[in-house]
Ligand binder design. Sequence first.
Ligand SMILES: [Zn+2]
Length: 79
Amino acid sequence: MDDIKCKICQDKIDKSSGKFCFNHKLAKTKLQNGYELWLKAYDSLPYDDFLQRLLDLGDLVGAFVKDLAEFELYFQETK
Ligand SMILES: [Zn+2]
């Protein structure tokens, strides 16, 4: 099935990702790394709170990361 599109931007999907395009796959990696860093700074931080705080940073967050944070917050399917 070559017609699978990125779940966020409908761009062509990155084969090694499975559901995101190259840019959003990269954003996913950044997001995960960021979450691990924040977890060390806070004793506990639910993933949803992390995403919300990230979105509160506004323009400090890259557009692709922001897309992904919104996606995961509102259409969460990574359980
Ligand atoms: Zn995308």
